[in-house]
Design a protein around this ligand. Sequence first.
Ligand code: LRH
Ligand code: MN
Ligand code: MN
Length: 396
Amino acid sequence: MAYAAPELADLDRAARAALDAQTIELPSWAFGNSGTRFKVFTSPGTPRDPFEKIADAGQVHAHTGIAPRVSLHIPWDLVDDFGALAAHATEHGVAIGAINSNVFQDDDYKLGSLCNPSARVRRKAVDHHLRCIEVMRATGSTDLKIWLADGLNYPGQDDLRQRQDRLAEGLAEIYAGLDDGMRLILEYKFFEPAFYATDIPDWGTALLHCSALGERAKVVLDTGHHAPGTNIEFIVAQLLRVDRLGAFDFNSRFYADDDLMAGAADPFQLFRIMHELARAGALAPGSMINFMLDECHNIEDKIPGQIRSVLNVQEATAKALLVDAAALAAAQRDGDVLGANAVLMDAYNADVRGLLADWRTDRGLPADPMRAFAESGHLAKIAAERTGGTQAGWGA
Ligand code: LRH
Ligand code: MN
Ligand code: MN
């Protein structure tokens, strides 16, 4: 039988609604220069401040139609007037998304932030989070995203258990500072910068702290933050069961926390994650899961790098929405191992590029966003206009 690529009409009504509702949030730091400890290659036209990063995010949304928010990191994206930054975002067709609290860049944080043995440093870290909540009020953001670099390099360096108690205490004060309608989303990572023990190394630890805090505390799953070979879709399924999956940080990894483009290293994994979400109804309109990118572009151009990543997530989503759920359930019920696997693989192997081009054309978007952006001449324009772009993060 000749292969026929699926069309938009092949999506049932619920799948079509999920595709229409999908949004992906972009990280402001993706638009700054980034690199490794060996070299940061600068690229012409790199934003010189948070305002220009947001303008670049607006380009990604203009070309894809599904990237209407930008997350900020504080203090990387510190500005005098956050109301003005939010208004600027509106002018560029986007809104401010999650606010990330960075408590790792000050000398004070050498031994940690919320888990630090010093009460003075813990106070400073909590106060920084309370200031981030002020930024949320000024920008209309509803997600406070917390990732801590806290941890130990050597056994015996500090008391593992007491650090958890300090963490619980600090998080509780921050959570109490949130307004109604705001969420605390807590990210885990198994190593780096601490190499012996990280204070929130895994989803279980994050979940325990979120459960203790309350309903508006949810776990963030960064796809780059697991040991190689970890079954991430299992974690997705498990967190969805207890309604504690708050957000994703999508990116690709080959070795460690590589922060490469989402869907580049392992598109099949991305599909499997999306399948678990689709199965749980978590892609439906009104879903409270924030689909964020958390990546940077060390050697490729940044705006098209973000466009490619957004398209990769959308493709994985479309494939997951094409899974014949009834056929899959029947095969599973019958114990038909190969049949069930084939149903899933049929959807994964579908070529959804034409379907998505049609979806974009229907909405007045470019059928091929990568090409449309390349032909727009925008990169040459910003290269001529902007000189002296800053490193990822330190854009303020
Ligand atoms: C930590 C992390 C976290 C930070 C970002 C810069 O590795 O994934 O989400 O906010 O990187
Ligand atoms: Mn992350
Ligand atoms: Mn990371």
